[in-house]
Design a protein around this ligand. Structure first.
Ligand code: SAM
Length: 227
């Protein structure tokens, strides 16, 4: 691995074009095909695009490179839903525009729509407004920022690094905050099937199921709140 751009604070290293966190010693997305993983885990896992409707709101723990947001926006545009997709990404260590551009370069379809995100990052802004997208990156530790968030998501992407390496983003109290910030009938999806994460989400009120995971991962998890 080679170190590059340590200035954003994210402390990235790179493995075969995939950004890897030197801080958490874990890749930002699948080393095989990050976009296919996003579509399997976070979109299909939340019943998307089928559940999209005007005003739909997605929230994400661990915004990272924005790959998940841009994949969701592509799906939103293809679905032809009126108005913007509303998206909130919580992120403790925001990447720079240059790091984000480098990370998305592996996915031409995503890089092609990355302009508004890169422009916002380049200007040091947290809001991304584009046709069909109204998004915000909330900087800081999600354990501090989520309890103060006023919104409620229809779908959550729970995408911290592996729970064993990034336990801060998977604790019981934070999972309870996820449930508190979910609309009735709302859902979450995550690539992990770790028992303590599933139990915390069940305890928080979600009905949790295990599904086949992406690639080498045998299982993933999804859950819904009562309508
Ligand atoms: C697996 S990566 C997310 C990948 C991302 N969803 C994407 O599409 O590229 C995990 C992210 O969680 C962030 N993170 C870790 N601990 C955090 C915390 N306590 N609060 C907020 N974000 C955190 C990391 O900085 C990293 O960007």
């Amino acid at each position: 691995m080679t170190e590059r751009e340590p200035d954003s604070g994210a402390r990235l290293a790179w493995r075969g074009g995939v950004p890897v966190s030197a801080r958490f010693e874990d890749p930002y997305f699948s080393l095989d095909d990050g976009l296919a993983e996003t579509r399997h885990v976070f979109l299909a896992g939340n019943g998307l695009p089928g559940r999209f409707r005007p005003g739909f709101r997605i929230a994400e723990l661990g915004f990272g490179t924005g790959l998940n947001m841009l994949a969701a926006w592509i799906a939103w545009r293809e679905a032809g839903v009126a108005g913007p997709l509303r998206y909130t990404g919580f992120e403790a260590f925001p990447l720079s525009a240059a790091e984000t551009r480098a990370a998305l370069a592996a996915f031409p379809e995503v890089a092609a729509v990355g302009g508004p995100l890169l422009d916002a990052l380049g200007r040091g802004e947290a809001r991304i407004e584009a046709e069909g997208l109204s998004a915000e990156i909330v900087p800081g530790d999600a354990r501090d920022t989520l309890p103060r968030w006023q919104g409620r998501a229809d779908a959550w992407f729970l995408d911290g690094f592996a729970p064993a390496k990034n336990p801060e983003l998977w604790g019981d109290a934070l999972m309870a905050e996820v449930a508190r910030h979910t609309a009735p009938g709302g859902s979450f999806a995550t690539y992990t099937a770790a028992g303590h994460v599933r139990r915390a989400l069940e305890q928080a009120g979600f009905s949790v199921t295990r599904l086949p995971g992406y690639g080498r991962k045998r299982h993933m998890s999804r859950g819904t709140l009562p309508a």
